[in-house]
Structures are given as C-alpha cells and as structure tokens.
Design a protein around this ligand. Sequence first.
Ligand SMILES: [Zn+2]
Length: 369
Amino acid sequence: MNRVHLLLFFFVICVFFNCAPYVKKMRKDNLVRIAVVCGVDKVDISGIKDKKFYKNRQVLLNDAFPLYFSPNKGVVLVNGKKYRGNLEIRKTKEQIWVINILNIEDYLKGVVPCEIGRISQAIFEAAKAQAVAARTYTWAHLNQYEDLGFDLYATIRDQVYTGMSGENELTNLAVEQTKGQILTYKNTPIEAKYHSTCGGRTADFNDAWTGNAPPYLKSVSCSYCKNSPHYEWAKVFTKREFFVNLRTELKKIGKKIPGGELIKNIKLIKNRKSKRVLKLVVITEGKEYTIPGYHIRTVLGDKIDPGGLLKSNYLTLRTKGDKVIIEGKGWGHGVGMCQFGAIEMARQGKNYKQILYHYYSGTRVKQIK
Ligand SMILES: [Zn+2]
C-alpha cells in the first residue's frame, strides 16, 4: 500500500466511523414519536382517518385501538391544539395515550420556543444554540420508552413541546439554520443537559446525578447569567417550619428520624469547584443521617416550589434568631448549558458554536444529514 492508498484507506475508515453512531439510529424520514397526551379516558381529535376528515372526533376507551390520524391541510388537532405530522392513539395501561409522530426538525420548532423563551434578533444565536442542544438531546434519546411506544414526553421530563401553538418565526429560523446539526463528543451525540440559570458557575454532572460523568459535563464559570431573575434567591423558614419540613421530607426518602431524637446540627459538604452541595448531613444526638446531593433539592424544597424542588443545590444555610435562611444561586440542576447565560453570550456577539463550546467542554458540532 503506497502513501496515497494509505491515506485513502484512513479517509474511508474515518468516514465510516464518523457515520456509524448516527446510522445505527437513523429512521425513515428522521421521525420522532412524542407522547403529547398521557393516560386519559377521552380526547378530541381532528384529522384524516381512512381518507375521511373528522373534526373533533371524540376518542373513548372503548374505541378499537390503535387509531391513526393524518393531517388535514398540514395539521392535526388534539383537544384543539395544532400539531404537525401524524397521530397514533394507543391504549396503554387501560388509558388513552396520544403519540405525535413527526420529523425531528418539525418537532424542534415546537420545542425551541418553549425551552429558550421569548427571543429577539439580538439574541438569535442563543436560539440556534438551543436548537442544536434540543436536537442532540432528541437523537440521544430515541427509543427511550420503547415499551410504551414513543421516544420522548412533551414535558419537562424530556423537553417541553407544545406543537405548532408555541412556534414563532425566529425560533423556526433557528431550527432551519442549524438543520441536522448536533453536538458530539468523540463522534457520539452528547447528553445535552441544559438548565435555566447556573448562578455564576455550572455544576459537575455528579452534583446532580449518580453514574459515570461524561467528560464534557463539567463545571465551568459563567459570568453571563447575572441578569436572570433566578441568579440569587433566598428562602426563609421559622426554625420550627424548617425542622418539621426536614423530618417529613427525610421520611419520604426513607431516612426516618425518630420523634424523640433532636436535630443538633446540619452540615453541608460541597464540591469545592462547583460549590454545589454534595451531601447534607443531619446530626442528631449520637447519630448522623446523610442525604446525597441529588436528594437535597427534594428534602429542602416545599410545596410552593415547582415540582416540590428547591431551586438549586448551589446554596448556603444559616440561622438568625428563630429563622433558618437558605441563600442560593441559580435555577435547575446547573449541568450543561445555562440558558440565561447563552442569551447574554448571544447579546455580547458570541455565535451559537461559541456558546455551545463554552458550556460543553471538548465537543464539536457535526452535521448528521
Ligand atoms: Zn450561568
């Protein structure tokens, strides 16, 4: 093999390996299946079924499932809400589930505005960064709920998706201008985590979850989210409220402190780099109860917080008189892209790749199709 052949050989091998991770997951027409309605006993559908148009056809539990509806003039309606693509209506666990099946690029048009919020031309690059992050997340989670017959939920559990009702011109353009681009690490789509506001420094993967931490999800500084309403926050409890709450929440995660056992102290053990709380240690007379990082937001959260979760685990705890004060920074798990940070980076003239590379260390944007 001479040098030219050798180079050609390497070229072919590289092309082959570059494509391999994506080809495995490619589907016809790049379709994705989104659960837009989960576990109800009736739903209204408009669309074409067996070549006939139905307007607000009520689907009930005694229908013959699965049912398929295709779009009329480009849209199907679910309880009056417009969606692109087709619908599959299934009966799972004795309830009705509506699955919206559509092209990934069309799906993203309904995700990006929900995830990044209101944007303008001045922060357009942030919408493009969000489009690439959301596309990457989608590709990495295909077949996620195979037993239930779909890929992603249309909620915060995966990515918020409201169909055509959420779309706007600028975010659609952001999806179109980044068409087929995903973020990769060593030629594999990354786990593109993102959150509202980091509070000055993003979190390490293990500050939020257990398991192997991907090398690109490590804490980086972020001087861009200071304008976020969630940059700094405080929660004040009376000592009584705080300790009653603490005992109740601890019990829920299987750490019951007997009624007579007094809580003497609470220690926070932090990640020195990211400043996130890794462990919360409750010290009673003679005993210690350790709560791992990913439970701290549940244990210190209360009913008025969204999902019962404290805004973040980037916090300090102090007492003043009969009060317990939690002072925190940021909103969300803090891992990966900080959305308020991305918006400010765009405002300061950074492009979408610079934004993504800042928050996901060592990654590369690649074209999948
Ligand atoms: Zn930030």
